[in-house]
Design a protein around this ligand. Sequence first.
Ligand code: 1CP
Length: 333
Amino acid sequence: MTPIEKCLINKSTNINPIWLMRQAGRYLPEFREIRKSNQDFIKLCLNQTLAEEITLQPIKRFGFDAAIIFSDILMVPYGIGQTVQFKKNFGPSLGNLELDKLGNITKNDFTENLSSIYKLLSNLKNSKDLENKDLIGFIGAPWTLLVYMINRVSPKNGLSQDFFKDEVLINEILNLLDKFLKIHIQNQINAGATIIQIFDSWAGLIQKDFDKFLYNPTLSLVNYVKSLGVPVICFPRGISDYVKFTKIVKPSMINIDYNVDPKNLIKYLDIPVQGGLDPKILLSNKENLKKQIIKYLEIFKDHPYVFNLGHGILPETQVEMVYELVEIVRNYK
Ligand code: 1CP
């Protein structure tokens, strides 16, 4: 059993496995080196050899307890047939939604479009570097993908008033996503993913119809992952009621964001917890880092807890601070 499985299945406490969201990425000089000569991000995600190397980069440096495959949540809109580009200093930019075209994609087309992701997983499955470690596959939650598909750029400046105007379109996309996210989950598990994480990075933008946009679509996918016998971690970033979320959706583990008060949460939660530390703390100093890490480890001393961040690691993070973080977590008794 891997350390994370011990937390998830045996509900072991005090072992503090660790991995970091966005651990394979821009804060690593060896990633930036590869990226320099690979300007097309989608192509890079589909380049099996390089994706494998990037996935293992943080494992080789820090010995994390899990590798998360180098891919992106927007590979699903891409796989369905919406164009996706990543522009320098701008972020993702998606093409027009042609529902006729998207609606005609078959399971086989989709699987073919993303086949290199599944090959990546099956290659990594037996990697020497991942002995006794988990291999995490992932998806974006339906709400977060809906946001990108309709908004077509990052919603970091909020959603426009007319985002909700075409209800038929919204319903069709949600149906499409439920179908293809399940296929993507099944393909990743068949290829070797030992855990699935669902990233709902923009869940905090939901202000109405929580059943329709948050609970129902996530529950459908969580139940599906469970039916395949694999643990599922949810990260509904920015929602106000994590307790209600876990009661309704019942993931195997909940990844909290840095605005959650862990002390209060733990009184009401009976499932394993992951994450919480504000990634900005890694930009401060070692003393402060230690203090904040110990705070989380103390609070979760008697609760199954996987150390992680409250959102992805920031590109400007110094590698030295990550070594420090790992050492503090590993040496905590
Ligand atoms: O070099 C570059 O500019 C590319 C940066 C980059 C990387 C390294 C992007 C573009 N995606 C990724 C990889 C990635 N994305 C991974 C695998 C690596 C790892 O986690 O170690 C994962 C799990 C994701 C997931 C992802 N993509 C999320 C959910 C997690 C989160 O951080 O909230 C989201 C929202 C995306 C969309 C996306 N992809 C890339 C960017 C810059 C963004 C965010 C855009 C925005 O601000 O809206």
